[in-house]
Ligand binder design. Structure first.
Ligand SMILES: Cc1cc2nc3c(=O)[nH]c(=O)nc-3n(C[C@H](O)[C@H](O)[C@H](O)COP(=O)(O)OP(=O)(O)OC[C@H]3O[C@@H](n4cnc5c(N)ncnc54)[C@H](O)[C@@H]3O)c2cc1C
Length: 385
């Protein structure tokens, strides 16, 4: 691309905001557009926390990428002067009743990270409760604690990235949805806003989160399936439920995980990484969590934090996953136009990687070769039906 390229970034979640910052740093003329305000409650990049773990089963690519992202978050923290990453450690658990065969997610992750030179601690199942008094070790067959890992301050990070992009020269346009990408001769020429105005540009980055289903089909991309995910909070009646006494905890074979109480968040976050029912992300009634039974969360709390069994769970909140069939992301040039870069389909595990992936997304938008291998995220890859 010659001259100062004009790039429109659609969506000011962590991906759009991070990419806009990278593009502005690279000297592009950037406009970052969002239908609402950054970090709003319907965006996935909202809420208090998102887990950063390098534990990814036997998957070396994600393990390495998470480690790189951790370094990049630290660099962003130093640049932005805001606390974004809290390294409270990760406790990975595997239980007898998980039908995963002899070696499950936690043990596979342990072996992978050790193979890559990390030093997590293996904890005998009987010692889990001694080490972390809030936790019951009933049924645990494998446990490890890794001091590398913790959680990211999701909304804070997203808003800080937007502000940094603005300070680096990006123009912000909030409160207007992009309704279409405009094309001529197989290339995007700009985007059309809901008020009918057109914004011409040389490249478009589409980072619309779950709302990708509105824009993907015109670009030759099968949109991710949008699922309804509920998080909630359990009380933290003693310091045993707060970091540093309690780290992030994850039992991904059963789907449940959570974040300890922490300074500005006095309760225990409980979530289930199990894709929920398909919904329309714009349907307010589907986002109403107030009447949710929270059965999965309640059962998990009763099993793993027995002192909290029966206590009320609070602040249920619905957030959307943008699921691809293989749960890998959709990042790359759109089949319908090479100057449209999509960054969506983060399948419920994308936040942690944004610091590592947004520089590569910006490189694609500038017509450069990305510095990291994005082959597994190609939007036109074959996926299970
Ligand atoms: C309950 C839950 C728990 C999660 N936990 C973790 C975790 O622990 N660790 C982890 O790594 N990841 C986690 N994730 C995933 C992570 O939060 C997401 O992958 C990430 O935030 C996605 O960011 P995004 O920028 O793609 O999308 P979003 O944050 O959703 O941002 C998209 C933005 O685009 C805007 N937009 C959409 N369409 C348009 C349009 N047409 N015009 C203008 N603007 C538009 C929206 O308003 C929105 O602001 C979790 C997700 C959920 C829902």
């Amino acid at each position: 691309m010659s001259g100062r390229p004009r790039v429109v970034v659609v969506g000011a979640g962590v991906y759009g905001a991070g990419t806009a910052l990278e593009l502005a740093d690279a000297g592009a003329s950037v406009t970052l557009i969002d239908a609402r305000a950054p970090g709003h409650e319907w965006a996935a990049s909202s809420g208090h926390s998102r887990v950063l773990r390098v534990e990814y089963g036997a998957d070396v690519y994600y393990t390495r990428l998470a480690a790189a992202a951790r370094e990049a978050w630290r660099a962003l923290e130093a640049r932005l002067g805001v606390a974004l990453y809290h390294e409270v450690g990760v406790l990975a658990l595997e239980t007898d009743d998980q039908a995963e065969g002899p070696v499950g997610w936690a043990q596979q992750s342990f072996e992978t990270v050790v193979g890559l030179g990390f030093r997590p601690e293996r904890i005998e199942p009987n010692d889990v409760s001694r080490r972390f008094p809030a936790i019951s070790s009933v049924g645990v067959r494998f446990a490890s604690f890794h001091a590398v890992g913790g959680f990211l301050a999701a909304r804070t990070a997203t808003v800080a990235l937007v502000e940094a992009a603005r300070a680096a020269g990006a123009a912000l346009c909030f409160g207007q949805a992009v309704v279409a990408v405009e094309f001529s001769g197989g290339r995007a020429t700009g985007v059309r806003l809901e008020d009918g105005t057109s914004l011409p540009c040389e490249a478009v980055v589409l980072a619309p989160g779950a709302f990708a289903l509105r824009l993907c089909p015109a670009l030759g991309i099968v949109p991710p399936r949008v699922t309804r995910q509920v998080i909630c909070y359990a009380p933290a009646p003693s310091p045993h439920y707060a970091a540093p006494a309690l780290p992030v905890f994850a039992e991904l074979a059963s789907g449940c995980y959570g974040v300890p109480a922490w300074r500005d968040e006095p309760a225990l976050k409980i979530a289930a990484h199990l894709p929920g029912p398909t919904i329309d992300p714009g349907d307010a009634s589907a986002r109403d969590a107030t009447r949710d039974t929270l059965d999965v969360h309640r059962a998990y709390v009763a099993q793993r934090f027995p002192a909290l069994a029966g206590l009320p769970l609070s602040e249920p909140h619905v957030c959307c996953y943008d699921m691809t069939p293989d749960e890998h992301f959709l990042i790359g040039r759109a089949p319908a136009a090479a100057n449209v870069i999509v960054a969506t389909g983060f399948s419920g595990h994308g936040f942690k990687f944004a610091s590592a992936l947004t520089p590569a997304i910006a490189q694609l938008a500038l017509g450069e070769e990305p510095a990291i291998d994005l082959a597994r995220f190609r939007p036109d890859r074959a996926m299970p039906g």
